[in-house]
Design a protein around this ligand. Structure first.
Ligand code: GP9
Ligand code: MN
Length: 620
């Protein structure tokens, strides 16, 4: 009994560390919300990862060991709170590339602040009693340990930790091939291996990828990518050149989610102007957003390059020195003037750097606008559009003008500025604030489109308008279910089918219009524009929506839909979209899943190894 007593007093810090960390990490795992979450399956990999750190600690002397374990506890707690906050908005977990983007981004404070929950501080509650308790023994004599005992403890912890983890990593790599190397679905890794193993893996992959970027991609892989890109360009018949020589005005609308179009609340239309505009345009009512951690910048990146977002972080930061085959560059080569318009900080999302790589001649940012009216994050859409008209008129035709709105930005916390719009029972809720915000932006869009007409710009221009990404995060799913008269909580497949944005293409004479329900994504906008304007459409990964036969939409986390089936990589589950029922994977679905991962890998290789520069120079 005495021996046990001495052991406990000697290793009280270690015992506390393992017990408390296990509790924290397992509870955190359960907050990551998964149908298949199980404490038991997560217990062993979490314990294994904690034992690795414990093994390092026991080879230190007691004082250093106590300090080391205290710092481990602090770091793990910070990661848990940070990951939870990040997960609430992005449905993803933090990674090193995201931290790099976040540091450069100076994170959008209002968004992050509104996601933080004080209840998360419960994860740090143990710091209140740990120090006094451990300090009681820290300076006690006679508790030092024989070297032989420390070494045997090190061996026991290391061997147990290693064997459990090798088994856990191996079984995940068999269950989800390439997931550990590409990390295309980080949340799945956390749910299966725990947060610590995930961050160990993220650190390893980030180090490996910065080395790997220097190792040229294999000739066979390069040839495979080239063949895919060549086969991917569709023969175009429908509407080929229908917009040749016209201006292109493309408007990316902040957080415009498709459920608002033709919807009402208390008998009022939420977006009356867009509803009217949709009847005068080709309205794609089945377009998914495909953004990942790069948010708005991912939407811009896909629309202007038809390449997938970076697997982690934002391509706008990670690949800003790459050579691109971007839409502005393509238009410029056809004699167009090109300009980007966004009334916000010039350097936000690294736009000032990457827009040059894209080939924008002009980039009008907040320094070029009179900040005379603020709504939400910055310059109001009203003032932004009013001032942008004069800038448009100063451009030599033909031009490609890319405008990005701002006022309807999460968490829509400027309701007094959005004007009167009665949201009834949703007053004061996130959904209610969002409906007010998007209604405000709709009013400004209506005025802007009318001005384009009255100023004689509309008759010489094609206007493309689309949303950049979701507006309502899943932790507010209850409000949205109620609004849409769906049962709450919505199933994963119902929620996935809601993650759509409207896309409208307006032709000057309105001879081409109507609803098009093709299965589409933001990756398809650039190839579709190329066909309309007779631009070369080389090295694009998306499809031309007016001519393509294939229906696949692939998402950054490995999920995809072909219009009939939906594969949700978060839970490794296939659904029949007509019944929302789960279906077993068959050979055809397995091939489509493989194809989706291949596409993501090709796009990642193009970015990581700057392959477009090589492809462009070899084709010259
Ligand atoms: C600011 C705005 C923010 O430039 O684009 O974008 P988001 O936070 O939605 O990525
Ligand atoms: Mn956005």
């Amino acid at each position: 009994m005495d021996k046990i007593n001495t052991f406990i007093r000697t290793y009280i810090d270690l015992i506390l560390y393992i017990t408390l960390m296990l509790i924290k990490v397992i509870i955190y795992g359960s907050e990551m919300r998964a149908e298949y979450f199980s404490y038991t399956s997560l217990f062993s990999p979490v314990l294994a990862s904690l034992l690795f750190l414990a093994a390092i600690s026991v080879i230190l002397n007691r004082k250093k060991r106590i300090g080391f374990l205290y710092i481990c506890n602090l770091l793990i707690t910070l990661f848990i709170i940070g990951d939870l906050t990040y997960f609430r908005y992005f449905k993803d977990v933090i990674s090193i590339p995201i931290l790099i983007s976040g540091l450069q981004l100076g994170a959008v404070k209002s968004s992050v602040a509104s996601l933080f929950k004080f209840t998360d501080l419960i994860y740090a509650a143990d710091f209140i009693f740990i120090l006094p308790l451990v300090n009681r023994y820290k300076y006690k004599n006679g508790l030092d340990v024989r070297k032989s005992l420390s070494f045997s403890l090190f061996l026991v912890f290391f061997v147990i930790g290693l064997s459990i983890n090798v088994k856990a990593f191996y079984s995940l790599s068999k269950e989800q091939p390439r997931l550990l190397s590409t990390m295309y679905n980080k949340v799945y890794i956390v749910r299966k291996l725990g947060i610590l193993n995930y961050h160990f893996l993220d650190f390893y992959n980030s180090m490996y990828s910065s080395i790997n970027r220097r190792i040229p991609v294999s000739k066979t892989k390069e040839a495979e990518i080239k063949t895919f890109l060549q086969n991917n360009s569709t023969n175009t018949y429908n509407l080929s050149g229908a917009a040749q020589g016209k201006n292109l005005i493309m408007i990316q609308v902040e957080a415009l989610q498709d459920f608002t179009i033709n919807s009402k609340i208390n008998g009022q239309e939420i977006t009356p102007n867009l509803n009217k505009w949709a009847t005068r345009s080709v309205y794609f009512n089945n377009m998914y957003y495909q953004i990942a951690a790069g948010g708005t910048s991912d939407a811009e990146f896909m629309t202007n390059n038809s390449l997938y977002p970076a697997p982690s972080g934002s391509a706008y930061f990670l690949y800003s020195s790459n050579e691109f085959n971007s839409m502005p560059k393509n238009f410029k080569a056809s004699g167009y003037n090109t300009a980007a318009f966004h009334g916000y900080r010039e350097t936000f999302w690294n736009r000032n750097v990457i827009y040059k790589q894209f080939g924008f001649n002009n980039y009008y940012n907040e320094n070029d606008y009179n900040i005379d009216d603020n709504v939400g994050l910055g310059l109001s859409d009203k003032s932004f559009f009013n001032q942008s008209i004069d800038k448009l008129k100063s451009l030599n035709s033909p031009y490609y003008a890319f405008l990005i709105t701002l006022s309807s930005h999460f968490p829509y916390d400027d309701p007094s500025k959005y004007g009167d719009f009665n949201v009834g029972a949703y007053e004061g809720s996130l959904l209610g604030d969002y409906l007010k915000a998007i209604h405000y932006t709709d009013v400004q869009l209506g005025m802007f489109l009318d001005k384009l007409d009255s100023e004689g710009i509309l008759k010489d221009s094609v206007v493309v308008l689309y949303g950049d990404h979701y507006a309502i995060t899943r932790n507010h799913e209850k409000e949205l279910s109620q609004f849409l008269n769906k049962t709450s909580p919505m199933s994963d497949i119902e929620w996935a089918k809601l993650q759509k944005i409207p896309m409208m293409i307006h032709f000057p004479d309105e001879s081409i219009k109507g609803v098009n329900s093709i299965n589409a994504g933001q990756m398809d906008i650039y190839p579709t524009i190329c066909n309309l304007f007779n631009l070369p459409s080389k090295n694009l990964m998306g499809k031309d929506l007016f001519n393509s036969e294939q229906k696949n939409v692939v998402f950054r986390d490995g999920s995809f839909t072909d219009g009939n089936y939906y594969y949700l990589s978060q839970t490794d589950t296939f659904y029949d979209m007509s019944t929302n029922k789960k279906v077993e994977e068959n050979e055809d679905l397995k091939n489509k899943k493989e194809n989706a991962i291949n596409q993501l890998e090709y796009s990642d290789a193009i970015l990581k190894h700057n392959l477009l520069k090589k492809f462009e120079s070899s084709s010259d």
